[in-house]
Design a protein around this ligand. Structure first.
Ligand code: SDX
Length: 430
């Protein structure tokens, strides 16, 4: 089949033929690498129309509200799989057979402990530190403990580092919560499931038995699945860029955690619950809708809108159903859920939100379900980071596995001063 090209006519130059590269789904791309030689860069702040890489991990169709991991629709994975199987799928590109399934579960569930010296690092933080601040620190510090898996050119080292991160993130996360409330750290219990172990490390205390609630365990695992990966979002792109310089995987994941923390990204779940608490009653909703539409008001509806989804975020749909299940099972009547449902209804009927295609995203309902599960708001984004570690490290691995991988180094449109003459301070007129 003849290769398609895009013809670009630049002022005073011969037309340039730019190759069009076809993907298996979604937009094809125009290879612009020739533009530099013609004296031009492309300009796309925020990367609205820029593909930074080739990937086979996750496909999103924002207009149709489609999200697939290695070709499997997210609603099927959320209903039929478990988080560790999704981790295997993201990392390896295919679902495991029964033997691989059991082996992967066993490896991950038996590497959950962290070095006792790393536990001492928590003592350096203030007790009222935000758990995400602690996670940025302790995850980066993993590279100070695992010198045996830092050779990123070694495929086995890459695999060991990936498994270690998936295994240990729940332990580090639960420790950041225990440290903030003054309770002793709870060691992992390898007899439990990934989600069950996390809940026990979060909520058990040494002086009492702890029995995992199967409703919470299933909801937690589903939340982990729904947040596992999402194409080239801000934090995943951060991990890829950090990894392109050859930085070790633990430092790259710490960079991803820092990027995820922003309220426009993974911090939106905590911000959304704060917003619902600020709205407080259904009667107050119209005022907040007005503020969200006011160009002069920086307020935005947290949990609404998305760079890619211009239709429903398929994760939000699964999350909404899980939210109802958990609240019904736990017999919780949370007025915030009523506020959320009414806010969603009003916003989806409002011309502003319709025109701008602003729909509830994954963060809209996750805060309510996490609150119902007893998770404190400050831990919402930490849970997002635990889950997204699977996606981050899968993209990191995919990037390093690709032949010809190079350091990421974007260019710029320079609009500053040029060719100024320097005068020493004593000679400068004030
Ligand atoms: C995540 O990228 C990913 O995949 C991320 C994520 C993942 O899994 O990794 O899906 C997770 O980060 C979900 C998004 C969570 N963030 C929020 O819920 C915060 C609130 N949402 C907005 O901040 C915003 O919608 C973004 C950041 C999500 C998207 O920003 P864009 O794509 O840059 O869109 P924009 O800011 O240019 O908005 C377009 C228009 C603007 O109006 P105009 O300037 O065109 O007049 O829509 C308006 C915005 O003012 N708008 C909103 C709005 N979101 C966008 N107005 C009110 N409330 C909102 N929430």
């Amino acid at each position: 089949m003849t290769k398609q090209t895009a013809t670009l006519q630049l002022p005073g130059q011969e037309a340039i033929e730019l190759p069009i590269i076809k993907g298996s789904a979604g937009n094809d791309v125009i290879d612009i690498s020739k533009l530099g030689a013609a004296g031009y860069f492309t300009y796309d702040p925020g990367f609205l129309a820029t593909a930074s890489c080739e990937s086979a991990i996750t496909y999103i169709d924002g207009d149709k509200g489609i999200l697939q991991h290695r070709g499997y629709p997210i609603d099927q994975l959320a209903e039929k799989s478990d988080y560790l199987e999704v981790c295997f799928l993201l990392l390896n590109g295919h679902l495991p057979d029964k033997d691989d399934f059991n082996k992967f579960h066993h490896v991950v569930l038996h590497h959950t402990m962290i070095h006792e010296q790393l536990a001492k690092l928590y003592q350096g933080f203030r007790r009222d530190s935000h758990p995400m601040a602690i996670m940025c620190g302790v995850v980066g510090a993993l590279s100070a403990f695992y010198h045996d898996s830092l050779d990123i050119t070694n495929e086995q080292h890459r695999e060991i580092a990936a498994y270690r991160l998936i295994s240990k993130m729940p332990t580090l996360a639960a420790m950041s919560y225990k440290y903030s409330n003054g309770q002793p750290f709870i060691y992992p219990d390898n007899k439990l499931s990934y989600a069950g172990n996390f809940l026990k490390m979060m909520f058990a205390v040494p002086c009492e038995d702890y029995v995992v609630n199967p409703v919470l365990e299933r909801a937690m695992d589903k939340i982990f699945i729904l947040h596992a990966d999402h194409e080239q979002n801000a934090s995943t792109s951060t991990v890829r860029l950090a990894g392109s310089s050859g930085a070790n995987p633990f430092a790259c994941i710490a960079a991803g955690i820092a990027s995820l923390w922003g309220p426009a990204h993974g911090g939106a779940n905590e911000a959304c619950l704060n917003m619902l608490e600020q709205i407080e009653t259904v009667e107050n909703i119209p005022e907040f809708i007005r503020k969200a539409k006011d160009k002069n008001d920086p307020f935005r509806l947290m949990g609404f809108g998305h760079r890619v989804y211009k239709n429903h975020d398929p994760r939000a749909t699964v999350m909404r159903n899980a939210c109802h299940e958990v609240l019904n099972d736990l017999k919780i009547d949370d007025p915030l859920l009523d506020v959320a449902r009414e806010l969603e209804r009003i916003a989806l009927e409002d011309p502003y939100f319709i025109e701008k295609k602003l729909y509830p995203n994954v963060d809209f309902y996750s805060g309510i379900i996490l609150k119902a599960m007893g998770i404190p708001k400050s831990m919402f984004t930490v849970i997002f980071a635990v889950s997204r570690t699977a996606g981050w490290i899968s993209h990191w691995k995919e990037m390093l596995d690709q032949p010809g991988q190079r350091i990421g180094r974007p260019r710029q449109l320079y609009t500053g001063e040029v060719d100024l003459h320097f005068d020493p301070v004593d000679d400068r007129c004030s």
